[in-house]
Design a binder for this molecule. Structure first.
Ligand code: SAH
Ligand code: SF4
Length: 342
């Protein structure tokens, strides 16, 4: 029989049920969970406290690893490494490790490609092949953990794909990252970035998740957002702002608006003013991302224009940060992830 089921797709509860279904005591489920996500083992054989017969059952029916490193590129300008990973069905995704002072942030993919089709994004040009399972999402982190000798401090769902169009698997993976008896990353160190799928923002708010939420706003008015992000026809900018209000009221947390700065598109002083008016009194953070150029009409603004924009926003009450992307020489900055060569 071909083993296609991935054991890392199971959470602790499901592993317990699995052990019971094989007529083994429940506690082995928790032990297997720890082997997979805390001790980060590579083979079922390594699970020394698991009975041999149970290991055989697991080995016959399940795979433990699903991703292979196809290529690894290290940046020459900063401490960034991009991993090109091959899935079991010979598709490719990317995960990026970025080390900056005490932080080691891993940017992971949630889908193979993306079909949201934002005009300025390289991933958007690929279209979508399929969703990733929670095991495939989690394994990206485990691979980085194994190959980069620095403790992972943060994880961001900002690689390929739209996390809220693969909601269930993304939330399952976030729970795995957060679980104390597993990877044990604080929920405040896990960020999910969405283009703004409104029903999912509502669901996320109602379910009370504590992971940080980032929203890719990128524009300050509806007609322009429709042009550069066609999904705004369905999820309009006003409804998006309302849904973030809803999130704030339910969670009492601050969402972050991501705003990619593109020259002569959305980077003028009046754009800054319109952005401030659009957000109004909504308590939030703003993260400005200078555009990373790919083939296409969009350009990164000059440093002078970027600084002017930052200053205009800083004069208000908003908490503003600028994200200088990492590893742009190896195309691993925001929106540069695309497997065009394969
Ligand atoms: N699909 C999700 C997460 C992946 S994109 C989303 O859109 O939020 C992660 C971030 O990169 C988003 O904020 C997106 O607007 C930004 N981005 C896309 N292309 C970019 C580019 N070429 N330069 C800079 N940022 C980009
Ligand atoms: Fe997809 Fe996000 Fe890129 Fe838009 S910006 S195409 S949602 S990955």
């Amino acid at each position: 029989m071909k083993k296609t089921k991935l054991i890392k797709d199971f959470n602790e509860r499901e592993l317990i049920d699995l052990c019971e279904s094989f007529d083994f005591p429940k506690f082995h489920g928790s032990q297997i969970y720890k082997w997979l996500f805390q001790k980060k083992c590579n083979t079922i054989n390594e699970m020394t406290n698991i009975p041999q017969k149970l290991k055989e059952k697991l080995s016959t029916n399940y795979k433990i690893n699903c991703l292979k490193i196809f290529k690894q590129n290290k940046s020459k300008i900063d401490n960034t490494t991009k991993f090109l990973l091959e899935t079991h069905d010979k598709k490719y995704i990317e995960a990026v490790s970025m080390i900056d002072n005490n932080r080691h942030t891993v940017c992971i993919s949630s889908q193979i490609g993306c079909n949201v089709d934002c005009d300025f994004c390289a991933t958007g040009k690929m279209g979508i092949t399929r969703n990733l399972s929670s095991g495939e999402i989690t394994e990206q982190l485990l691979i980085v953990n194994k190959h980069i000798n620095r403790k992972i401090t943060n994880v961001v769902f900002m690689g390929m794909g739209e996390p809220f169009l693969n909601y269930k698997q993304v939330i399952n993976a976030a729970k795995l990252f957060n679980n104390r008896s597993g990877i044990n990353l604080s929920s405040q160190r896990i960020t999910i970035s969405t283009v703004g799928i409104i029903p999912k923002i509502k669901q996320y708010s109602e379910e009370g998740h504590k992971y940080k939420l980032a929203i890719s706003l990128n524009s300050n008015h509806q007609s322009q957002r429709v042009q550069i992000m066609p999904i705004s026809k369905i999820h309009t900018i006003n409804d998006l702002i309302k849904s973030v209000w809803y999130y704030h009221k339910k969670s009492k947390r601050l969402a972050t608006f991501e705003y990619v700065l593109m020259e002569n598109v959305n980077d003028s002083s009046s754009d800054a003013e319109r952005l401030i008016n659009l957000i109004g009194d909504l308590p939030c953070k703003i993260n400005l991302i200078p555009y990373n150029e790919i083939d296409g009409p969009f350009k990164r603004p000059s440093d002078e224009r970027i600084k002017r924009f930052v200053k205009a926003i800083k004069n208000t009450n908003f908490i503003v940060t600028v994200r200088w992307s990492k590893g742009t020489d190896i195309n691993s900055g925001c929106g540069q992830l695309a497997i065009l060569e394969s």
